[in-house]
Design a protein around this ligand. Structure first.
Ligand SMILES: Nc1nc2c(ncn2[C@@H]2O[C@H](COP(=O)(O)OP(=O)(O)OP(=O)(O)O)[C@@H](O)[C@H]2O)c(=O)[nH]1
Length: 559
């Protein structure tokens, strides 16, 4: 039976389901699965920047049951964003690992020293892992890593390539993206919720052309059965749970490694902006900028301009930006609108954000695929709040521009370090007030600033101290089974995709989901309202589309 059989509606084969293809797929997968020779079994997860590799890792860790799965993340950027996004600290605390950092620093396509050390430490670990999963960086050539794995005595069982269904066509001019597809044993066509059925079909055709028929599976958030992506069938047996006392989770501990220099970045001074090539340069840069800030000096023109050379003749650059001072959400929004959306060669941004307008809450930020900005509610800060962002692209001047723009967003004691250059007829507070009034007049919305809703969210900042922000909800309907969380998540996705306004989620419970928009002196309340109001119509029609719209038991504002 095919490994893909029995997965119901989740699975769609990328080509005509003829017997020949199924047999080819089965022999390819099972030849590998049955490969003898001992050694730790390993799946290599590859795929272009932002396709969903870390999402797959999270899914694996969530579903792993009693399996002791070690996970290594081979990060392109210099700061360890993925360990934060994977919430490795809490995962490992829960499973008894004392300290965790992830492998990264993949400055080239091959297994860097760091990764090699991490693999060796997994193999000799006292946790006695059952299986190893390695996420390659989004621009890595998996073949080279595969060869290194073989040399290290790791048994490479499967190469899984994750594809962004919405963005595949635009990244196929990058040679390494094609290579990642060609080498795959199985391809996950991810983010199917963002693409039309026709577009997904086109992606399947392209994948089939490029790979000659590698099995491709449609999915959302990489939600696939584990035995499709891991060679774990032989490990799942009733004795496993009872004979094994240690159920350590698999994000790899580096505690045995002699050095972990990147950790120093987190003990950074105030602000760090750098094009990275060497760690030596980085520490120099940290000191430089820190001194400059404490002197109140300007930070423009302080970016080291060193290129980051990647693979296959194409050059990828990464810029890291860190600040232990909060950013203005309003200015951050204008950066998305003015800089990110008009970028030509920015492929990826991700990180953790701390906003002046909502100091108690942590947000995760993603920029991926078809210029999609996404903010995810990350709960209350449990550690020292800070912002850490990574931008990956090919155009140095574009990345410079973004770095410089971000400096404008930094606030000190509630004020911008760099004053806004933009003249405006309304102040930010007046703009927020006008927007509030426009929204309050529309009974599809609940404006939450002064209402009691916010007092339930102790983690949300008090509106009174931030008159430049408005918090609100699009009203759902329990009776019709349309949850406010789904409705507002859809609204946020549409607004953030349109790109003129950047919404962040202030809370995320099933029935009560509050969004926040912030105003700078240059933000137009009318245009902001127009964007949100139009998106609300689209969100309502999407979420209520299977619901009978006219019921007399509903309150008038929900019609
Ligand atoms: N709508 C939607 N978003 C998704 C899906 N899968 C992943 N994402 C989002 O896509 C963004 C990138 O996902 P990641 O898993 O971080 O991508 P990645 O391949 O690990 O990224 P890099 O390691 O930086 O190359 C995040 O904002 C995810 O929440 C999906 O199926 N649907």
């Amino acid at each position: 039976m095919s490994a893909a059989a029995g997965y119901g509606g989740q699975i769609k084969v990328s080509m005509k389901e003829d017997n020949q293809m199924c047999l080819a797929f089965e022999s390819r997968i099972f030849d590998k699965k049955e490969r003898q020779g001992g050694g730790l079994g390993c799946t290599l997860v590859t795929g272009f920047l932002g396709s969903g590799k870390t999402t797959l890792l999270r899914h694996i860790l969530k579903q792993r049951d009693t399996l002791r799965i070690a996970v290594l993340v081979n990060e392109l950027a210099e700061i360890d964003i993925d360990s934060v996004l994977l919430q490795s600290d809490s995962l490992n605390a829960a499973y008894g690992l004392s300290k965790v950092t992830l492998a990264h620093g993949c400055a080239c396509c091959s297994t860097s020293g760091n990764l090699r050390d991490a693999i060796l430490s997994v193999m000799s670990s006292k946790h006695n892992f059952d299986y190893l999963v390695i996420e390659t960086s989004g621009v890595a050539d998996p073949l080279k890593i595969a060869k290194d794995l073989e040399n290290l005595g790791v048994r490479l069982d499967l190469i899984v390539t994750v594809v962004d269904a919405e963005a595949l066509a635009t990244i196929l001019d990058v040679p390494v993206a094609k290579k990642q597809l060609e080498i795959a044993d199985i391809i996950l066509i991810n983010k199917c919720d963002l693409a039309s059925l026709g577009a997904i079909s086109d992606v399947e055709d392209r994948v089939e052309d490029l790979t000659g028929g590698t099995k491709a599976i449609r999915c959302r958030f990489c939600n696939v059965p584990l035995d499709l992506v891991l060679n774990i069938t032989m490990l799942i047996n009733p004795t496993l749970a009872t004979t094994t006392a240690n159920t350590a989770v698999g994000i790899i501990s580096h505690e045995t490694l002699s050095t972990a220099p990147l950790l120093k970045i987190w003990q950074k001074p105030d602000i760090l902006v750098s094009h990275e090539t060497s760690r030596k340069e980085l520490s120099h840069q940290q000191v430089h900028i820190s001194k400059s800030l404490s002197n109140g000096g300007l930070m423009h023109g302080m970016l080291p301009m060193t290129d980051y050379q990647a693979h296959e003749g194409s050059t990828f650059l990464s810029v890291t930006f860190s600040s232990i001072r909060p950013l203005s959400l309003a200015v951050f929004q204008t950066i998305i609108v003015n800089d990110l959306r008009f970028s030509h060669d920015l492929f990826r941004a991700k990180g953790v954000l701390w906003f002046e307008e909502n100091r108690s809450t942590r947000f995760y930020f993603h920029w991926s695929g078809q210029k999609r900005a996404e903010a995810v509610y990350g709960g209350i800060w449990e550690s020292q709040p800070s912002t850490s962002l990574v931008f990956i692209g090919r155009d140095k001047s574009e990345l410079d521009l973004i770095s410089k723009s971000l400096l404008r967003a930094i606030t000190v004691d509630g004020r911008h370090v760099f004053d806004s250059q933009m003249p405006s007829s309304l102040t930010a507070a007046e703009a927020a007030d006008k927007f509030s009034q426009l929204m309050a007049a529309d009974n599809r919305f609940r404006v939450c600033n002064q209402c009691q809703d916010l007092s339930q969210h102790k983690d949300s900042c008090s509106f009174s101290s931030f008159p430049t922000s408005v918090m609100f909800s699009l009203i759902g309907s329990r009776l019709r089974g349309v949850h406010e969380a789904d409705l507002n998540a859809t609204l946020m996705q549409i607004v953030n995709k349109n790109g003129a306004v950047f919404l962040i989620p202030v809370s995320s419970s099933r029935e009560d989901h509050i969004l926040q928009v912030s105003f700078g002196d240059e933000t137009s309340p009318d245009l902001t309202w127009r964007d949100i109001s139009t998106a609300a119509t689209a969100a309502i029609s999407k979420c209520f589309k299977n619901v009978c719209l006219c019921r007399c038991d509903m309150t008038p504002h929900q019609h």
